[in-house]
Design a protein around this ligand. Structure first.
Ligand code: HPA
Length: 249
């Protein structure tokens, strides 16, 4: 079954035919909220709002382990993450959709592994390619079918938040090779990998990153919210297309 983790601007899937909601407990604590089960384009999926259905959980307090563990426990095998980002690369302007292919992790102090040695074992997973290639390809194909332009490939910088970045931090991230910046991509991606779930992301560029374009001197949160409203409609179309033609895993 496909799971969708919705981020800011996507606390529910308007086009989801909801069948039930379930509160799931995990050994890692509470997920961000009850899981929502439903059908999209006739296919079963499960949805969770990363920041809670009332958007009350900041990025550094999301229980990423519980969310991934809960999704796995109900039979999810693939996870599509939807999240907003700031655009660093000049062509990644507000409103653009991106399917990233790489990650740089700048987060600190998050519970970022299921393999913390409590079972007396030391495990290292391969994370060379942090996103699942087949699921990325399915997302790109779905966007093409939906007639929705998306950028194929970007390096996602995961920051701690909840504050936005300084202009100098963005300059450093750009030197590091980052194209977009967001606060939730890690440890979500690595936990999915550890849990054996195929994971890919679709990012909505909500704003120019700090110090760039319209964000030269400050980032206007009101502009971000307006942009997200509009762009998430496009994301919904891509997700619907993912579930059409039997492509929905
Ligand atoms: N920085 C970090 N996270 C974000 C941004 C940003 O500029 N925009 C949306 N999420």
């Amino acid at each position: 079954m496909l799971a969708i983790i919705g981020g800011s601007g996507l606390t529910q899937l308007a086009n989801l035919d909801v069948t039930r909601r379930e509160v799931v407990r995990t050994p890692y604590g509470e997920p961000s909220g009850p899981l929502t089960f439903g059908r999209l384009a006739g296919r079963d999926l499960v949805f969770i709002a990363r920041h809670g259905y009332g958007h009350t959980i900041p990025p550094h307090r999301v229980n990423y382990r519980a969310n991934i563990a809960a999704l796995r426990s109900v039979g999810a095998s693939r996870v599509v993450s939807v999240a907003s980002v700031g655009g660093i690369r000049p062509d990644l302007l507000p409103g653009v959709l991106v399917v990233p292919h790489q990650i740089i992790d700048y987060t600190v102090g998050r519970q970022s592994t299921f393999f913390d040695g409590h079972d007396g074992q030391v495990k290292h997973i391969d994370f060379t390619e942090p996103y699942d290639m087949a699921l990325r390809a399915a997302l790109l194909a779905a966007a093409a079918r939906a007639g929705q332009p998306v950028v194929d490939g970007a390096v996602y910088a995961a920051t701690q938040g909840p504050r936005l970045e300084t202009a100098a931090e963005i300059n450093r991230m750009e030197r590091d090779g980052a194209d977009v910046v967001g606060m939730t991509g890690m440890p979500e991606a690595v936990l999915a990998r550890e849990a054996g779930l195929a994971y890919a992301a679709i990012n909505v560029v909500a704003n120019h990153a700090a110090g760039r374009g319209e964000s030269l001197h400050s980032i206007q949160m009101s502009a971000i919210e307006a942009m997200l409203q509009e762009a998430m409609t496009q994301v919904r179309h891509v997700l619907e297309a993912l579930c059409t033609n039997g492509e929905c895993p």
